[in-house]
Design a protein around this ligand. Structure first.
Ligand code: GLN
Length: 504
């Protein structure tokens, strides 16, 4: 995307400043985004639902309060997009599934309440792989989202809608959810920033569950400082979520002023290797390591011998938890109900509804999960995978004894073509090779753009992992590297992609 010249081209920080200074109003800013959504969303399919009335009402309210001299939160008036996995009172919340196509939640997720309390107009709900299962948004029941850098390519998944919206300047900020990489991988392939906090760092109350021991909510943005501001709005203890950490959010906004990494030790995991990584991705990664060295950091090779087992263990743990979480879609209480005809039993209604309501990938994982949890196989599959998970967490803990953060490419390749991997689940799963370990260990991870690959001109992301509760350290390294890359490239990497062509 080339940067738009109107209000939508600003950073969220600049928008917040311009609002605070009275240079622009939130209604103007929100309307500019709504106009851009109207023009470009038909080509992108990033938004499943646009709430112009609600967004403008919040904007007008913020403008009135500001005019009355009220002291407002920093992001008040800056619009945002929300992944369609978070419940929004009165607004359809589908999780990308036919099962919930007509589900209108009676309450807000805590993160949505926090956005409202902070005065961010909610532009709408973004597209995603069904129940957040996928790496391309092609598993959405409502059609794929297209990557703004090349409309024939995927924007990543499961949160492709949020990342595409941010990359295409349809929204300065968005919410994502990350169970195995669904914030970081879409960020990587759309040239945006995405962060998954420490497990428990942001409330999941009212967020549709995929795999509860792995799921986290996090910010999507176009730069690290914008992501940090949003992270601080979302973060902090929530008594409604039993996994929510009862401690202050680490000072991540302040960490974004870091420009010098002298004395910081940065680890590269030996076992990640270079096999299966696209040449242009590796070039950008090695270049980023050079920049980190120039900033004063020391690059150290570390060993995480069980890292390579993270993906197979994840594909037992995730389906097991998902099969249990998705058992609630029983066609009795809410969601789709299909009448199979005759005088059906409850089981027959359930079967017909699940058959019609769930897509292929969701069915695949439910079957896998129920199998892995079945008595007789539980120890061999689920139990074994949990042991592997403990070993991975141990590897990471040992690595963080030696280094402050770990870095890797976020994804093995740049954005692939729509349709290329849809029939090959293994190829699809391999996209999350480097992102999954963070979810397994509950540690924070983020992806920031590190330029484009020479062979295809598409964005490449670099991932930064930090120990649990050290989210601020991750932001510090991200902000320093981002500033250095911008200096080296003469401007943010995002500004280089071609403008989307809108067919008349
Ligand atoms: N792509 C991964 C999967 O399909 C991650 C999903 C996610 O983080 N929600 O499971």
């Amino acid at each position: 995307m080339s940067r738009p010249t109107d209000l939508t081209g600003m950073t969220a920080v600049a928008m917040a400043d311009a609002l605070a200074d009275g240079q622009i109003t939130s209604v103007e800013l929100t309307q500019a985004h709504l106009d851009r959504i109207e023009r470009l969303n038909p080509a992108l399919n990033a938004f499943l639902l646009v709430d112009a009335v609600g967004a403008l009402a919040t904007a007008a309210d913020v403008d009135a309060r500001r005019a009355a001299g009220e002291d407002l939160p920093r992001l008040a008036g800056v619009p945002i997009a929300v992944k369609d996995i978070a419940c929004t009172q009165g607004l359809a919340t589908t999780a990308g599934s036919k099962m919930l196509e007509h589900f209108v939640p009676p309450y807000d997720a805590t993160i949505v309440t926090r956005l409202k309390d902070a005065g961010l107009p909610i532009l709408g709900k973004t597209n995603m792989d069904e129940f957040a299962m996928g790496s391309s948004t092609e598993h959405s029941a409502f059609g794929p989202t297209h990557n703004p850098w090349d409309l024939e390519r995927i924007p990543g998944g499961s949160g492709g809608g949020s990342s595409a919206a941010v990359a295409a300047y349809l929204a300065p900020l968005a919410i994502g959810s990350d169970t195995g990489g669904s914030i970081r991988q879409p960020a990587s392939v759309t040239g945006t920033v995405g962060a998954k906090p420490t497990y428990g760092g942001i409330s999941r109350y009212g967020v549709i569950a995929l795999a509860s021991s792995l799921d986290q909510i996090g910010p999507c943005a176009r730069n690290v400082a914008d992501a940090a501001l949003l992270h601080e709005v979302l973060g902090g203890h929530d008594p409604m979520d039993s996994t929510s950490i009862d401690a202050p959010v680490p000072p991540i906004v302040a960490a974004c002023d870091t420009r010098d990494l002298t004395g910081v030790k940065i680890g590269v995991v030996k076992e990640v290797g270079e096999d299966g990584f696209q040449a242009g991705v590796l070039t950008r990664f090695h270049e980023a390591l050079g920049h980190l060295r120039d900033l004063g950091a020391e690059i150290v090779e570390v060993s995480c011998p069980h890292f390579v087992y993270a993906m197979p263990a994840y594909y037992l743990i995730l389906p097991s938890e998902a099969s249990s979480n998705l058992a609630r879609y029983d066609a009795m209480r809410y969601g789709l109900r299909v009448d199979p005809g005759g005088s059906p039993s409850a089981e027959q209604v359930m079967a017909a509804s699940r058959d019609a309501g769930f897509g292929e990938e969701v069915k695949r994982r439910i079957i896998l999960g129920t199998y892995a949890l079945s008595s007789g196989y539980y120890d061999a599959y689920y139990g074994q995978a949990q042991k592997v998970r403990t070993l991975i967490a141990g590897d990471l803990a040992a690595a963080f004894e030696q280094v402050d953060v770990l870095v890797s490419p976020t994804t093995p390749t740049t954005a692939f073509k729509i349709g290329e991997k849809i029939d090959d689940p293994m190829a699809m799963y391999l996209n999350d090779l480097t992102t999954i370990p963070a979810n397994m260990a509950g540690i924070p991870g983020m992806s920031i753009p590190s330029g484009v690959a020479e062979e295809d001109g598409l964005p490449v992301g670099i991932q930064i992992l930090a120990p649990a509760m050290a989210d601020d350290r991750m932001y510090a390294v991200g902000a320093a590297l981002e500033a250095r890359l911008a200096q080296a490239q003469g401007g943010p990497v995002l500004d280089h992609a071609p403008e989307i062509e809108v067919k008349a």
